[in-house]
Design a protein. Structure first.
Length: 472
């Protein structure tokens, strides 16, 4: 593993409040960041998230609420910060693209790309989807509508724009992918991207004449920088304006869902090559989930908020249920009925019950041995490999095997029937297993893991209220 680790999530649009989709990616990033902090120490990890605040989509949402775009962004951006706090997600920095420091550096990078001759002026004519903030080709449209935003009419635009020589740059992108300079994961996504680049890529427009809510193009103030280009720059600008973070460039891992992989694996890389900057190491696109088999959407009224989950399952309950629902990287389905079932089975009956009954039989016994349980000496290769390959479900399954083992140890020995030396011997045997389980849980369920470690650190052990009360 690298000596330092820089991990990012997408910066989310402020035209919407946080929902479980945003929480899913940011939570995954938090688990990796916490794991890396255990392994590399806190100062060698940089976890960045934030909000994407410019563009026509945000300007329209603000207008609908009778606010200026900046007022609206100032209102919505903190909602993301609060949601991450609620879920015990601890980024090292939260970037907002309306930060003047971001604006300045974004302009400098674009100017550099322009000076190197990778940008030219031309005329754009075509369909634009404001929901996606991107141009669509005729073949992208289904019945004349954007497939992702069928209720919003695409807009036909004809204007003077600046273009990036993506056609030329994409050949370099392909070469770098094939040489393994950076990796697109999972494998299936790598193959899709390579195929698409080989099919041919056109130059893209990187500025807007008709969108005033944006960062001005430095050499032509009548235009603003295309919101996607400037948003991608955030991963770089943050390392430049936050003190002490320069050493983190390039990123080790960009996390996102598959919807925005093209931007991250091709356009972003092309911009970096054009600017002469080092490329990120890994781009991982996880799948999209549905809710009870349906697309999550406001019109269907099935959007789940982080608060709703935390109110029902608690912070760590929510963290567990989201990351164990299906394998990270695949598409999946979330269902509250299944969440409740799994909460009761794995958390209330599984982990919670093991802790409660072990504490109960241990109370009154004094621990004699000094136990040296640390993250390094309990995180075995199987667990590490699962986490380093972003297989959260497998890492959790590995811990739950240990929970089952410890449970069986309790069942087989019936400690409630033991007394004196026999009881003490049993307690000394079972507690290291509990401590190991809690240590492995640290990146996933930080509050619960800390509570268990505190409860079982000795010399005496006291029963505590149930960690995961059953849900009826
Ligand atoms: O695209 N399943 O922001 P965004 C899984 N601002 N993940 C989901 C999801 C679902 N059903 N719904 C949302 C943008 N997500 C740009 C990014 S980055 C330089 C700019 C998550 O607010 C997932 O991470 O639309 C997806 O990639 C992201 O939200 C899109 O967030």
């Amino acid at each position: 593993m690298a000596k330092k680790f820089y991990i990012t999530t997408p910066i989310y649009y402020v035209n919407d409040v946080p929902h479980v989709g945003h929480a899913y990616t940011t939570l995954a990033a938090d688990v990796i960041a916490r794991y890396c902090r255990q392994k590399l120490s806190k100062e060698n990890v940089f976890f960045l998230t934030g909000t994407d605040e410019h563009g026509a989509n945000v300007a329209q949402a603000a207008a609908k609420h009778g606010k200026t775009p900046k007022e609206y962004a100032d209102e919505v951006s903190p909602r993301f910060q609060e949601a991450w706090k609620l879920l015990d997600i601890e980024p090292d920095y939260f970037i907002r693209t309306t930060d003047p420091r971001h604006k300045k550096i974004a302009q400098e990078v674009l100017q550099k790309i322009y000076d190197k001759g990778y940008i030219y002026s031309g005329d754009y004519e075509g369909w634009y989807c404001i929901g996606c903030e991107k141009f669509l080709t005729e073949s992208d449209l289904i019945d004349g509508k954007c497939p992702l935003h069928p209720t919003r009419e695409p807009v036909y635009q004809k204007e003077k724009n600046y273009f990036l020589k993506l056609k030329e740059l994409s050949q370099q992108v392909l070469k770098r992918i094939e040489q393994g300079e950076y990796h697109i994961l999972p494998e299936k996504r790598h193959n899709e991207i390579v195929t698409r680049v080989k099919q041919g890529v056109e130059d893209i427009s990187i500025s807007r004449a008709g969108v005033s809510w944006g960062i001005p193009v430095p050499w032509d103030k009548t235009q603003t920088i295309y919101v996607w280009v400037e948003a991608l720059f955030n991963y770089y600008t943050a390392t430049q304006f936050i003190e002490g973070k320069q050493k983190f460039w390039p990123p080790n891992l960009h996390l996102m869902a598959k919807d925005i992989l093209w931007f991250h694996s091709v356009i972003w890389q092309a911009l970096l090559i054009a600017a002469g900057l080092e490329l990120p190491k890994t781009i991982f696109a996880h799948g999209f989930f549905t809710i009870d088999g349906q697309k999550m959407s406001k019109s269907l009224g099935n959007v789940i908020s982080p608060e709703q989950l935390v109110n029902t399952y608690g912070v760590d309950g929510t963290r567990y249920l989201l990351l164990s629902a299906y394998q990270f990287g695949s598409d999946g389905d979330l269902s509250l009925a299944k969440f409740t079932e799994r909460y009761n089975a794995d958390l209330a009956n599984g982990l919670g019950n093991l802790i409660a009954r072990t504490a109960k039989v241990s109370s009154g016994v004094t621990l004699s041995k000094h136990l040296n349980i640390t993250f390094e000496n309990v995180s075995t290769d199987e667990y590490k490999k699962a986490l380093e390959q972003y297989r959260f479900q497998d890492a959790l399954a590995f811990i739950w095997e240990k929970i089952k083992f410890a449970d069986k140890l309790v069942d087989d020995n019936e400690p409630w029937k033991l007394k004196g030396k026999d009881l003490e011997e049993f307690i000394q045997r079972v507690i290291p297993h509990i401590q190991e389980i809690a240590t492995l849980l640290l990146p996933f369920l930080p509050q619960t893991a800390e509570k268990i470690l505190e409860q079982f650190k000795g010399p005496t052990i006291v029963s505590q209220p149930a960690l995961f009360p059953r849900i009826q």
